[in-house]
Design a protein around this ligand. Structure first.
Ligand code: SF4
Length: 350
């Protein structure tokens, strides 16, 4: 947790030139600075762990070029209607048993309809009763929708800025950057915490990565959680053939985010399953301290969760957790032999 003196160092007046200069530092210098900041604000051995459940999948009218859930792209994804409350709670119980402290519920909507609010707020209440923190991502919210979710006890709202204001129109045409800022403002006014980051590797220039982090770091309040996603190239989406981003550039983005928003949790998010263990270790050193864990929690094999526990054990990391969860995480990690990344990828592909 950030201490009082650390909190005094949090700035909201970063210039793009300063951020560019951080990106341009020699890699080791940047990592040293980022890790030093990380240690001032957080225990470097602890990683916050969230679990994500899609509560409404596909058929989204938006045209985000990276997203398989858009109805405009043929990705073979099977659309599903809003899940029943009891199924969501089953997922939350499983997440809790597997060691998650926060349960994130995502729906592929442009924005929720007011008629959906009673079900959504019931989900929030039910998950809270299990003792988990709650997060939702539902698209754009009106002020009154944000207020209803906050009153139900929703802790976090996820709403990403995706990329720089200048590059935004290249990726999405059905809404604009200001729409995102408006929803973030409604979420803040309602009193919820903000989870907000973006995606790199979408063909943007470094200047756009600078622009994204500048937009985040100059918000009146930094998002409590900053997911940095690496593009997952999904067949059928317009970005399916985008070129690889240099993994070191990704780690630089994590390090710069850590320096700019020192008290925020910086999350390794989408794309992590394609990262080597070594790259993830570098990202943790650079200041990443949050992950999604066990996205396939409800399937039988869940190889991602096994690999995560093993990686934590190998790196001496531990999840930020309640006492009741520690035993189950450690027991499982010790019982499983360490497998190489390539074996994991083989298993995951089947
Ligand atoms: S709004 Fe969300 S679910 Fe819809 S296409 Fe964009 S990223 Fe996908």
């Amino acid at each position: 947790m950030a201490n009082a003196s650390a909190a005094r160092q949090t700035r909201h007046d970063w210039s793009r030139a300063e951020i560019e200069a951080l990106f341009s530092l020699p890699f080791n210098e940047l990592l040293f600075r980022a890790h030093s900041v990380h240690r001032e604000f957080f225990d470097p051995g602890v990683v916050q762990v969230s679990t994500l459940l899609s509560i409404k999948t596909g058929a989204c009218p938006e045209d985000c070029k990276y997203c398989p859930q858009s109805t405009r792209y043929d990705t073979g994804l099977e659309a599903e209607q809003l899940m029943e409350i009891e199924r969501v709670l089953e997922g939350a119980r499983a997440a809790k048993a597997a060691g998650a402290t926060r349960f994130c519920m995502g729906a592929a909507w442009r924005s929720p309809k007011d008629r959906d609010l009673p079900v959504l707020t019931a989900m929030v209440r039910g998950v809270k009763e299990l003792g988990l923190e709650t997060c939702m991502t539902l698209g754009m919210l009106t002020e009154s929708q944000a207020r209803s979710l906050a009153e139900a006890g929703l802790d976090y709202y996820n709403h990403n800025l995706d990329t720089s204001p200048e590059y935004y129109g290249e990726i999405i045409s059905t809404r604009c950057f200001q729409d995102r800022l408006d929803t973030l403002a409604h979420v803040r006014v309602a009193g919820m915490k903000v989870c907000c980051g973006g995606i790199v590797g979408m063909g943007e220039a470094r200047g756009d990565r600078v622009g994204l982090l500048h937009a985040l770091a100059t918000l009146d309040e930094h998002p409590e959680s900053v997911p940095i996603n690496m593009l997952v190239r999904v067949a059928g989406t317009p970005l399916a053939h985008e070129a690889d981003l240099d993994p070191f550039e990704f780690v630089r983005a994590i390090a710069v985010a850590r320096i700019l928003m020192p008290a925020s949790h910086v999350r390794l998010s989408a794309g992590r399953e394609n990262m080597s263990d070594e790259m993830q270790a570098l990202a943790f050193f650079a200041g990443a301290n949050s992950i999604f864990y066990g996205e396939r929690l409800l399937t039988t094999s869940n190889p991602e969760a096994v690999r995560d526990r093993q990686l934590f054990a190998r790196l001496g990391l531990r999840p930020e957790e309640h006492e009741y969860q520690r035993a189950s995480w450690e027991t499982t990690a010790a019982a499983e032999p360490v497998r190489s990344s390539s074996l994991f990828y083989d298993a995951a592909a089947r």
